[in-house]
Design a protein around this ligand. Structure first.
Ligand code: SAH
Ligand code: SF4
Ligand code: F3S
Length: 446
């Protein structure tokens, strides 16, 4: 610990919750080095950019940002600029950054973030660029410091990496093979954050329900959920992201029978066409996916279902796309993250022969979004008049005189109420609905 320096850091995070969580660890380590968090980039002595490579757009944003920091570095040469995260794990991208952005002092990937203190030391000592990229993941490292955002809900990583190799996806290439944390480490981390006042956890992994497959016993994701939900002061348990292929009956039963485990099912379908699903290497077809949805609908009360969908995967025809629309209409998703396929270098799909033209992808995306938005609005309309338990998370983003929280089905509800209710579960009558959120009136406090 070094309290003698008065230096500031700023971390810019792109991408998914994995990166958000890694940034919390980077911030924790910087805190231990004596740095404090800066409100803006201009005052920072070190700026870290934690990058995402899931789609081309995500990468372009980062290139734009790194380019823009050149001016600041010119004004303030002692500023350390570091780039880390998923983009750096791709050789060709790391090379491009090295070549095109000489004002970057430090480059490191996803596998060695724990080495940040030594890397900073090297930059300061040598006054030259430091590049530390591991090609392979190491063991799971426990006990790293974390600087979490204050709040009601905390992210807890349960698995790192992914073994699925969906043919479009860069994640397994930049995050390494799947590794599960030990249940005891997860439970003690949650007990610790609950003692600090957090009320809800979201268990994180690229494929949470394959948790434990690397253990030499039978302990699985359903067992972990049961154990986590026994933690007394914890109000709600969420998880992100489950894979439809690994969603067992045991898991559905555990979710249905434990009140604290939220009835929100995020089940990325990616495509409705069995032919495309096979080519994506998703491990299920349309019929299997729909029968999983039926099982959930039959066993669980008051559920919500959301999804991720890619349009314009190589070889996707109009007929395949209509299968996707058919599934969207059959499942009636509460909401969907929708994407146009973006070729990622090094993935099998990027080498597939029949790529769908950009214009076709955009048109399909537009049609899909329209279909989904109508369904989202219809479902939200059906909430009007109902009473839901809402865990208050903070003030409303759009109107700071309102407070805001979520139902167990992950619907955002905004309503008039006192800020002292933050962290409490309250009963709210839904009075109005929008496509993305609900408005309500508080009935009673817990
Ligand atoms: N592990 C999670 C999330 C992966 S990334 C899962 O398996 O669901 C989040 C979403 O980005 C994916 O679900 C997919 O819909 C989308 N995605 C991934 N690679 C993509 C690509 N190359 N082009 C467009 N969308 C992509
Ligand atoms: Fe990517 Fe598939 Fe792994 Fe999700 S499950 S991270 S989409 S390879
Ligand atoms: Fe992006 Fe890496 Fe997450 S590629 S989506 S930040 S795992």
């Amino acid at each position: 610990m070094n309290d003698s320096i008065d230096k500031q850091f700023k971390i810019l995070t792109y991408g998914c919750q994995m990166n958000v969580h890694d940034s919390e660890i980077l911030a924790g380590m910087l805190g231990q080095l004596g740095y404090r968090e800066s409100l803006n980039e201009d005052d920072a002595d070190i700026i870290l950019i934690n990058t995402c490579s899931i789609r081309d757009k995500a990468e372009q944003k980062v290139f734009g940002k790194v380019g823009a920091l050149k001016k600041l570095k010119a004004k303030k040469p002692e500023l350390i600029i570091g780039i880390c995260g998923c983009m750096i794990q791709q050789q060709q991208v790391a090379k491009r950054i090295q070549k095109d952005f000489p004002h970057v002092d430090l480059l490191f990937g996803t596998h060695n973030i724990h080495q940040l203190p030594q890397m900073i030391e090297k930059v300061l000592a040598k006054k030259e660029r430091v590049l530390e990229i591991w090609n392979e993941e190491g063991e799971v490292i426990e006990g790293l410091p974390k600087l979490r955002e204050d709040g009601i809900t905390a992210w807890i990583t349960i698995t790192y990496g992914c073994n699925n190799f969906c043919t479009y996806c860069i994640v397994p290439h930049v995050r390494g093979r799947e590794r599960s944390r030990q249940p005891s480490d997860i439970i003690s981390e949650i007990e610790d954050i609950v003692a600090k006042g957090y009320k809800e956890v979201t268990l994180l992994g690229q494929n949470v329900n394959s948790y434990g497959k690397d253990f030499d016993n039978e302990y699985d994701f359903a067992d972990l959920l049961c154990e986590v939900s026994k933690i007394k002061e914890l109000k709600r348990v969420r998880y992100m992201t489950p894979h439809p292929r690994d969603f067992t009956d045991k898991l559905i039963d555990v979710i249905a029978s434990h009140d604290k485990i939220c009835n929100h099912f995020h089940l990325p379908v990616q495509s409705g066409s069995s032919r495309v699903l096979k080519s994506m290497n998703r491990g299920y077809d349309q019929q299997k996916y729909l029968s999983l949805i039926d099982k959930i609908k039959n066993k669980v009360n008051d559920f919500s279902i959301t999804t991720d969908i890619i349009v314009g995967f190589p070889g996707e025809t109009e007929k395949d796309f209509l299968e996707t629309i058919k599934v969207v209409e059959a499942v009636k998703y509460d909401s969907a993250f929708t994407f146009a396929y973006s070729p990622r270098q090094g993935t099998p799909a990027s080498k597939m022969e029949v790529q769908v033209p950009q214009q076709e992808k955009s048109q399909r995306l537009q049609r899909l979004i329209e279909t989904q938005n109508n369904i989202s609005k219809q479902i939200n309309d059906s909430y009007v008049g109902q009473v839901w338990d809402v865990l208050v998370e903070g003030t409303s983003k759009n109107d700071p005189s309102y407070i805001s929280g979520r139902t167990k089905t992950a619907k955002i509800v905004n309503f008039a109420g006192d800020k002292t209710l933050i962290g409490k579960e309250v009963k709210v009558k839904i009075t109005d609905s929008q496509t993305w959120s609900l408005t309500g009136k508080i009935l009673e406090e817990e």
